[in-house]
Design a protein around this ligand. Structure first.
Ligand SMILES: NC(=O)c1ccc[n+]([C@@H]2O[C@H](COP(=O)([O-])OP(=O)(O)OC[C@H]3O[C@@H](n4cnc5c(N)ncnc54)[C@H](OP(=O)(O)O)[C@@H]3O)[C@@H](O)[C@H]2O)c1
Length: 160
């Protein structure tokens, strides 16, 4: 869902480390980036539920990261706490679903939230496409806004 976000950031000249469990999806991501830019993408296979493996993956990032874009299925807090603990000054964007409740604990206060909504088209509605999600997350990152909704979540009764 966020592969387009990775490609968008790489196209801007950013350096990105992408984590996921399967090497095949990471290889596909890598191959979808223009060969000339590929040295700015690192991929690291890792299950974020294994916090030791995640800490190892995060510590292996060769530069101090300025931002983290986290799409983590519930329960997300242990993963986000680890990211905050290793990189206390990081700009942490937490991507959440349309109806995910976001706890406002100590660390969470400083997270930026990107909520994924839906799109209303005439008298119908649909979920966001992966391209809309990726573009919306890049825009949210660059905007600096504490809270962003991609698409809309209102009126909730209109959701697909
Ligand atoms: N409001 C909305 O419009 C909305 C909201 C949410 C989702 N959606 C839609 O729902 C679809 C499905 O969501 P999804 O989360 O299944 O998206 P997805 O596109 O499959 O993204 C999940 C990513 O996280 C990785 N991942 C999952 N569990 C992991 C773990 N334990 N450790 C490390 N990486 C892990 C997956 O790779 P690996 O499997 O290789 O680990 C994958 O890269 C999305 O494509 C999106 O279109 C829509």
């Amino acid at each position: 869902m966020l592969a387009g976000c990775v490609r968008g950031l790489i196209a801007r000249g950013d350096r990105v480390t992408a984590l996921a469990r399967s090497q095949s999806s990471l290889s596909a991501l890598s191959e979808s980036v223009p060969a000339a830019d590929r040295d700015r993408l690192r991929t690291h296979p890792c299950d974020y539920r294994d916090l030791e493996a995640l800490a190892h993956a995060l510590r292996s990032i060769p530069v101090h990261p300025s931002a983290a874009i986290c799409w983590v299925h519930t329960p997300a807090e242990p993963v986000l706490e680890l990211v905050r603990a290793l990189f206390p000054d990081i700009d942490l964007l937490r991507v959440v679903g349309s109806s995910t409740e976001v706890p406002r604990g100590d660390g969470a206060r400083f997270d930026r939230i990107v909520r994924l909504g839906f799109v209303i088209e005439g008298d119908r509605s649909r979920w966001l496409s992966n391209e809309e999600i990726s573009n919306g997350v890049v825009s949210a990152l660059l905007s600096g806004q504490p809270s962003t909704t991609v698409g809309t979540v209102t009126p909730w009764d209109a959701h697909p």
